[in-house]
Design a protein around this ligand. Structure first.
Ligand SMILES: Cc1ncc(COP(=O)(O)O)c(C=O)c1O
Length: 378
C-alpha cells in the first residue's frame, strides 16, 4: 500500500522542461528567470517587489535585517511556529519574545501586546504567522505595530495562495515572507522570498542577499573608481536563489491556484467525512484558508496511540510543532519553562497533521478517513 505522508511536492513535465531550458541557456544565477519569477510573485500578491532568497529561512533573515533590528531590540512572534521564524530574529542579534496562540492556532494579539509590555514596551517587529494556512485577522497586528512603531512582518510560509477576501496573502504586511520547500504550496526545491511594496526594504533585501553589495550608482557612498565600480556597504550573505530554482518556481506559479483549490477540496472532504467522529476535533476553517496543514486534535491520552495506529497503516502524520520557546536552546538561552504558553502547549499534546497535498486522490483521502474511523477511541 502506498505510504501517505502529510505533504509532498507535485512536479510535472512542464516544470522539468523549464529547468532544462535554463540549463541549456546562458544564465545559471541572477539572470532573467530570477526577474521573471520575482515579477510573477509580486504581481500575484499585488505588491511592488518580490525578492527571492535561497530558503524561507534566509528570506526571514533578510526581512529582519531590512526592518533594521539588531542587538538590544525585541521582536514578538508566536510560540507556535517553525523555529526559523524566531531564529531569524536571533541571527540579527535581537531577542525574540513570544505570545501564546488563540483558537485560530495563530498568535493571540492581546497576548502579543502583553508580551511587548512585559519587555519594556519596546519592539522592533511584530511577526504573526498564518499558521497552517489560516488567514488570521491582520488589523489587530497592524494596530499593535503602529502603536509601538514596529514593522509588521507576516511569515506566510504556510499560506501562499490564500487570501483575506479581496487581498491575496502577501499584500497586507510591511513585508511578507514565503518558503518554497517541497511541502509548501509551490516549490523550488529550496527557496523563499520576501514581498513588499516598500522601495527601501526592497533595496536592503537585494543588498543583503548579495554580500551587502550594490552596483547601483545612485546608492554609492564613494566616488566610483570606474564603470566596474561596486560597493559592499554592509555585512550581507550569499542568499541568492539560482535560475534553475526560479525556473521551477515560475512554472509552478502557473498552477498555484489549482494547487490551493485542490487543497481546499481535500479539506472539505475531511470535514464531510470526519466531522462526526467522536474524539477528533477538526481545525478552525475560514474563507481564504490555504490549507497547508490539516491539523486535527485528539485527546492527550490517545495522542501517541493514534499517531502509531496511523503509522502502522502507512499514514505518516506529523506534529507541527513543539512550542518554540520550550525547545532546549530557547529554554537555556532565555529561561522559558513548561506552563509559560498554556494554549500552545495543550495544542502540542493533541495535534496531528493529516496528509494534505494536491496530488492526493479522493481515494487517498477516504483511506485516511477509513483508518481514523477504525481507530478504537477509548
Ligand atoms: C512557518 C515557517 N517559517 C519558516 C520556514 C522556513 O522555511 P525554509 O524551510 O524554506 O527555510 C518554515 C519551513 O517549514 C515554516 O514552516
Amino acid at each position: 500500500m502506498k505510504t501517505l505522508s502529510y505533504g509532498r511536492q507535485w512536479i510535472n513535465d512542464d516544470d522539468i522542461a523549464e529547468v532544462v531550458k535554463v540549463l541549456r541557456g546562458d544564465w545559471l544565477t541572477m539572470g532573467p528567470t530570477v526577474d521573471a519569477f520575482e515579477k510573477s510573485l509580486a504581481d500575484y500578491a499585488g505588491v511592488k517587489h518580490a525578492v527571492t532568497f535561497s530558503s524561507g529561512t534566509a528570506a526571514l533573515h533578510g526581512a529582519m535585517y531590512a526592518s533594521g533590528m539588531g542587538a538590544g531590540d525585541f521582536a514578538v512572534t508566536t510560540a507556535m511556529t517553525f523555529v526559523a521564524t524566531s531564529n531569524s530574529v536571533i541571527y540579527t542579534g535581537a531577542t525574540p519574545i513570544f505570545a501564546d496562540i488563540d483558537n485560530t492556532l495563530c498568535m493571540n494579539p492581546e497576548k502579543a501586546e502583553e508580551s511587548i509590555n512585559a519587555h519594556g514596551g519596546k519592539v522592533k517587529a511584530v511577526i504573526p504567522v498564518s499558521f497552517g494556512g489560516y488567514p488570521f485577522e491582520i488589523e489587530p497586528f497592524r494596530e499593535i505595530a503602529e502603536e509601538y512603531n514596529a514593522v509588521l512582518i507576516e511569515d506566510a510560509s504556510h499560506s501562499w495562495g490564500g487570501d483575506r477576501g479581496s487581498h491575496k496573502i502577501g499584500f497586507d504586511a510591511d513585508m511578507t515572507t514565503l518558503s518554497f520547500h517541497p511541502v509548501k504550496h509551490i516549490t523550488t526545491a529550496e527557496g523563499g522570498a520576501v514581498l513588499t511594496s516598500n522601495d527601501e526594504y526592497a533595496r536592503r533585501l537585494k543588498m543583503f542577499r548579495n554580500h551587502g553589495t550594490t552596483r547601483n550608482a545612485s546608492e554609492f557612498v564613494d566616488e566610483p573608481d570606474g564603470i566596474w565600480h561596486s560597493e559592499m556597504q554592509d555585512l550581507g550573505y550569499n542568499y541568492r536563489l539560482s535560475e534553475v530554482h526560479c525556473a521551477i518556481g515560475l512554472s509552478q506559479m502557473k498552477r498555484l491556484d489549482e494547487f490551493v483549490g485542490r487543497r481546499r477540496e481535500i479539506a472539505r472532504l475531511y470535514f464531510r467525512e470526519l466531522s462526526g467522529v467522536e474524539g477528533l476535533t477538526l481545525p478552525p476553517g475560514k474563507e481564504g484558508h490555504a490549507w497547508h496543514l490539516f491539523i486535527a486534535r485528539v485527546n492527550e491520552e490517545l495522542h501517541g496511540q493514534f499517531f502509531g495506529y496511523l503509522r502502522d497503516n502507512d499514514i505518516r502524520l506529523q506534529v507541527h510543532y513543539r512550542p518554540v520557546p520550550l525547545q532546549p536552546y530557547y529554554r537555556k538561552k532565555y529561561g522559558y519553562k513548561a506552563g509559560d504558553f498554556p494554549e500552545a502547549e495543550k495544542y502540542y499534546r493533541q495535534a496531528v497533521s493529516l496528509p494534505i497535498f494536491p496530488l492526493m486522490t479522493d481515494d487517498d483521502v477516504m483511506r485516511v478517513c477509513g483508518v481514523i474511523k477504525n481507530f478504537v477511541w477509548r
